[in-house]
Ligand binder design. Structure first.
Ligand code: NAD
Ligand code: UDP
Length: 313
């Protein structure tokens, strides 16, 4: 009898890769998605698999499914700043009501639930690189707060369900992740730069481009998520990210070189509250999960560029 894993946000960038990975690992997989940023095409190739089921549902409302559930990967939430700021009240509802509903669901089923939290809980960090002990520097009033505070509250709810009800929870803090199947209009930096370069349009850097991010390829993240779900007696939170740190200018130049584009790099105003730097300390993940990322930015960008080239033909 196969174990069943539920993936909320299963039609999104990370979720659709995770559904594939879990099917490959021998699970029955149920995707729950309202297709807010996810796409039916991302999971269309899985629909003929008898072990896969796609349910169109919003995590803001309570979920009921028949039969035993072993694992819940709770990913439902738009991740791009453009997408999560489009309807910020909805973003808070997804994060907070969605987390309560999925924790109730986990509690009723006796399932283990993993919350996809984020490096954004550290806000515009004053500690660098960020360890899990750092409590963060978030502007509660700014346009990013719907996401940052929503995710912080979701972490709180995980810990409260764990202490109050004994719910089996896991928290991972994911740092910027990229790869094939990001939507071309997603708004995040890697897809924006690659798509602009391939179309020969200007590569638009926000601010002076000196801000940094650390980019993790999707396959490395999947290994971390699965390792965390399997790990006994470890709630987290644990950082999952690639410590290689780049300025947005460096990334733009890299994309320019790797695509061979004639696109120019141009500059536009920095969005409000855009974090100045971000880099994970991954000592805890190395020690407790035996995990570290293995795919370099060059290798991962190469695969991502190939994907977008084929998509844009
Ligand atoms: P994504 O936007 O591609 O996918 C999110 C998925 O959730 C989409 O399929 C969307 O339709 C679905 N969704 C949104 N609101 C929903 C709701 N109310 N009910 C049901 N489904 C809903 O984003 P992603 O990059 O795949 O991110 C997945 C998760 O990982 C998110 O929770 C995100 O916060 C977290 N995360 C991602 C990154 C990253 O760099 N990719 C970094 C940190 C955290
Ligand atoms: N960014 C940029 N050009 C773009 C999109 C983003 O310069 O077309 C910058 C953005 O201001 C931020 C960084 O790239 O400093 C990463 O942005 P993204 O939206 O990918 O994720 P964030 O880490 O900010 O959530």
């Amino acid at each position: 009898m196969k174990k069943t894993a539920v993936v909320t946000g299963g039609a999104g960038f990370v979720g659709s890769h995770l559904c594939e990975r879990l099917l490959h690992d021998g699970y029955r997989v149920v995707s729950i998605d309202n297709f807010y940023t996810g796409r039916k095409e991302h999971i269309a190739h899985l629909l003929s698999n008898p072990d896969f089921e796609s349910i169109e549902a919003d995590v803001e409302y309570s979920l009921s499914l028949d039969g035993p559930i072993a694992h819940i990967y709770h990913l439902a939430c738009p991740a791009s700043p453009v997408a999560y700021q489009r309807d910020p009240v909805k973003t808070v509802r997804t994060n907070v009501l969605g987390m309560i509903n999925m924790l109730e669901f986990a509690r009723n089923k006796g399932a283990r639930i993993l919350q996809a939290s984020t490096s954004e809980v550290y806000g515009d960090p004053l500690e660098h690189p960020q360890t899990e002990n750092y409590r963060g520097h978030v502007n509660t009033l700014g346009p990013r707060a719907c996401y940052d505070e929503g995710k912080r509250c979701a972490e709180t709810l995980c810990m409260d369900y764990h202490r109050q009800h004994g719910t089996d929870v896991k928290i991972v803090r994911i740092f910027n992740t990229y790869g094939p199947r990001m939507a071309p209009d997603d708004g995040r930096v890697v897809s924006n730069f690659v798509v602009s370069a391939l179309k020969g349009e200007d590569i638009v850097v926000y601010g002076d481009g000196a801000q940094t991010r650390s980019f993790q390829y999707i396959d490395d993240l999947l290994n971390g998520l699965v390792a965390m779900m399997k790990k006994e007696d470890f709630v987290g939170p644990v950082n999952l990210g690639n410590p290689g740190e780049y300025t947005m200018n460096e990334l733009a130049e890299k994309v320019q070189q790797m695509t061979g584009t004639k696109s120019s790099i141009v500059f536009r105003p920095l969005p409000e509250d855009d974090p100045r730097k971000r880099c994970p300390n991954i000592s805890l993940a190395k020690k407790n999960l035996g995990w570290k990322p293995v795919i370099s930015l060059d290798e991962g960008l190469g695969k991502t560029i190939t994907y977008f080239k084929e998509m844009l033909i």
